[in-house]
Design a protein around this ligand. Structure first.
Ligand code: LLP
Length: 425
């Protein structure tokens, strides 16, 4: 039985499999909570983008924030992928994973001068600049360092991505980017400032987008700008359309990367802009469906009342996977071994001392204490958003490919959690 999302996640008889590995065996071998990823699923998600753009000058820059584990970055770097980073920390990670700095773009509304300097020294391909003030700062840092910062302006195209308000970024009220109306003026300023070289233009309208329409609106608005900016004599080598393509958590039917890019290329070609280098910054759609969070059922706590809540208390919590608590995100929860028993409706909750600590509500499950469950589609914004709340060490991580399994991150120990803290004298 296959599950929605990824062909690498399926039941073989009563066993939940990730590639050719039984998920319950991973749990027993490495302990829980445990993140597990299919390398095959990640690479095939990347290949879908690469193939759709094969005939064009292009660069896919994986948005590191979605999952910044070194082995994930290494997997993409080896497949020729570039990276979209948002901090010096992410810069250090991609370099440690073997990325080529010439394929790295640096995004984010609040880059510090120190971060700018580090990225300049590393030789990143482009800074995606989000405001005029940042432009001035970058110019002065570049001059001081006697270097040239290649820049693109992130334009806020003011389109509705029709997604959760917390992850919608291309509307006027958002903190992101330079207003569409101001873009031509800001490009003129950028080309006059010392230490800067204008190389492109970018936008990113939101995340978990499940329709093509908002992208088409955005590309139209961006192409209008490209024409207006180039009419002033400034040359834009690339057009970066950001990330945001959604995945299937429940019954969403997002377009495939091929369909999305096909539709965008049609628009771009119709405007005679097909020669321009195209860039994308996908995060979730490269890793989301490739991963799961595996957890052990600690206790079942049935309600005394007929219509009361039954709780399934597991050893993973909001600190391991923040999306349900933070966005009320619905993520599929399935048992790692199917039982021939009637299911009971549970709220699946963790051990953290907060009522907001839940992973799923009203889920029918046939499980007993000691069983393992998996939260699916947890490859994106799972581990990368994990915290140490309640002094809980972060989970271990494994990568699988076929029957092969690699431990890619050790479980964090309590001693590691307070390393760097000091008692008073
Ligand atoms: N580029 C920029 C400039 C971004 O801000 C983001 C995501 C991406 C690319 C990648 O977007 P993606 O392809 O992953 O949708 N924590 C939230 C998602 C936050 C997205 C932030 N920006 C969640 O768990 O749903």
């Amino acid at each position: 039985m296959t599950l929605p999302g990824s062909p690498q996640v399926a039941y073989r008889s009563d066993k939940l499999m990730l590639d050719d590995c039984a998920v319950a065996d991973l749990a027993t071998r490495f302990g829980t909570p445990l993140y597990a990823y299919s390398r095959t699923a990640m690479l095939s998600a990347l290949a879908a983008y690469q193939q759709a753009l094969a005939e064009r000058d292009h660069l896919i820059c994986y948005a590191v924030k979605a999952n910044s584990s070194l082995a994930v970055l290494q997997t993409f770097a080896q497949a020729g992928c570039g990276f979209d980073i948002v901090s010096a920390g992410e810069l250090a990670r991609v370099l440690a994973a073997g990325a080529a700095p010439s394929k790295v773009v640096f995004s984010g509304v609040g880059k510090t001068r120190a971060e700018m300097r580090q990225a300049l020294d590393a030789g990143v391909m482009c800074f995606n600049v989000e405001s005029e003030a940042e432009l001035e700062a970058l110019s002065s840092v570049a001059v001081q360092a006697a270097r040239t910062a290649r820049i693109s302006l992130r334009v806020n195209p003011d389109v509705d991505a029709k997604t959760h308000p917390y992850i919608s970024t291309g509307l006027k009220g958002n903190k992101f980017g330079v207003a569409h109306e101001r873009a031509v003026t800001v490009y003129a300023r950028a080309s006059a400032l010392p230490g800067l070289e204008v190389v492109g233009i970018d936008c990113h309208i939101g995340s978990q987008i499940t329709e093509i329409g908002p992208y088409l609106d955005a590309v139209d608005r961006m192409l209008d700008l490209v024409e207006a900016i180039e009419a002033t004599g400034i040359r834009l080598h690339h057009l970066d359309l950001g990330g945001g393509l959604g995945i299937t958590y429940t019954d969403e039917q997002p377009p495939s990367a091929a369909d999305l890019i096909g539709a965008l290329l049609q628009r771009i070609d119709a405007r005679g802009q097909g020669h321009r280098k195209l860039m994308f910054e996908p995060g979730r759609s490269l890793v989301g469906n490739a991963g799961m969070l595996i957890s052990e059922v600690l206790y079942l706590k049935p309600s005394d009342e007929p219509d009361g809540k039954n709780f399934c208390i597991v050893d993973a919590a909001m600190n391991d996977l923040m999306r349900p608590a933070m966005y009320e995100a619905w993520m599929r929860i399935v048992p790692c071994r199917l039982r021939d028993e009637p299911s009971v409706t549970y709220d699946v909750v963790g051990p953290v001392c907060e009522s907001g600590d839940w992973l799923g509500r009203d889920r029918p499950l046939a499980v007993q204490a000691g069983d393992h469950i998996a939260v699916l589609s947890a490859g994106a914004y799972g581990m990368s958003m994990a915290s140490n709340y309640n002094t809980r060490g972060r989970a271990a991580e494994v990568m699988v490919s076929g029957e092969q399994v690699w431990l890619i991150r050790d479980r964090e120990t309590p001693a590691e959690l307070f390393r760097g803290e000091h008692l008073l004298p």
